[in-house]
Design a protein around this ligand. Sequence first.
Ligand SMILES: Nc1ncnc2c1ncn2[C@@H]1O[C@H](COP(=O)(O)OP(=O)(O)OP(=O)(O)O)[C@@H](O)[C@H]1O
Ligand SMILES: [Mg+2]
Length: 431
Amino acid sequence: MTTPHIRDFHPDDLDGILHLWEQAKADGTEPVYALSEVIASCQIDHAVVAVDGDRVVGAAVGRAAHAQGWIVFFATDRSVPAVRDSDLGARMLAALERHMAPLGLAKLSALMPESQTRLDDFEAQGFELKKNLRYVERELPVQREELVVLRELGGRLLSRGLWEAVGGMQNEKEMLELRLVTPLARPDLAERFGVVPPRAVMLFGPPGTGKTTFAKAIASRLEWSFVEVFPSRLAGDPKGLAGALRETFQKISELEHAVVFIDEVEEIASHRQGEPPSPLQGVTNELLKLIPEFREQSGRLLICATNFIRSLDTAFLRHGRFDYVVPIGLPDTGARRAIWSGYLPTDVAAAGLVDVDALVAHTDGFTPADIEFAARKASQAALERALHSPTAEIAGPFTADYLEAVRSTRRTVSDEVASEFLEDIDRIARL
Ligand SMILES: Nc1ncnc2c1ncn2[C@@H]1O[C@H](COP(=O)(O)OP(=O)(O)OP(=O)(O)O)[C@@H](O)[C@H]1O
Ligand SMILES: [Mg+2]
């Protein structure tokens, strides 16, 4: 029986490490660190191996994070008698510690599955078992390889919680949750019931009703990258607008998951007649060709938004291109409450001096932008009043200031536009 000896890792040892890793996994003690992490640490951090002849029978791999070192892989091949009956494990740990000594680490730690009951190698080397620890992890949604493409596209991963931050709009939220989010987030469930996940939706409604907000909220909810395509910005591209659009969609297909957003889509997809024809209209045909291709890929969703649904080319909207044509109306009471609350100065809100219900009740038909305008106006009025009588402790704005501002704010969405929207819902919406 030969005695295995310990030496520094060499690139030829990778196969042996792979074998040890697979062996650990098969034994039901799958290492905490992924194989790719272990290999990376073998190559650029610290690793020692035990070899018996030319066979790798043990490995200890470490990396440093500031003053703390982590053992990212530790395994011995216990099917080899010479390994089972020796202190090889403890000696490998000692060798790894020597390897990392020049770093001046304060602590060396190891994390392993609970099923790894044998700790004697660690204990022999002075490691102490810590009790009452728990381990949590989260898979991050965008993988490193995607970052370059995402950056080129000007896309990004939005913060979590945007969906929850959409105030009110219960009907719209519920509909989007059931028809879009659920089938996309849970393809297994969709398949079980024969539901084909949607690939493209159109949101329409008067200005400022929350179409962009919803598009972003959906991306945040799905934890998919958000890529906004600006057809008008592609116009200056030497490949021409259509070519640039095609190239953009080509790049998007390299992403694992994406919500692709085209705002003001009427600019490129309005009725094709028109004198003189807008340079953007040439792109309608390109987009009409791109959508079917886009629809063939899973893991992505196209969201288009428009204020003028009735001006869109009918070919653009037909079945088979857009799964749903969803109206997003003016903010309801819940949404207005959320928006109003967002505009109250912190101190004023905390003092509870403002009757938010009254503001909500008096702003039926207001867009969020109208509410913002009224809120600013009330704040300005309160500021001016405070300058005239600086002694008052709290100078508002009070409910009366807000109501006054509301009275003098003209609504963006006229009754006429509001009734056209209702007609559009009847004629064009598809849910
Ligand atoms: N339900 C909501 N809760 C809270 N804030 C909202 C809500 N809906 C819209 N807002 C706010 O109102 C503003 C306008 O919304 P948004 O830009 O999404 O509207 P839009 O429909 O895309 O408008 P446009 O037609 O002009 O593009 C944003 O500042 C947004 O944060
Ligand atoms: Mg918008």
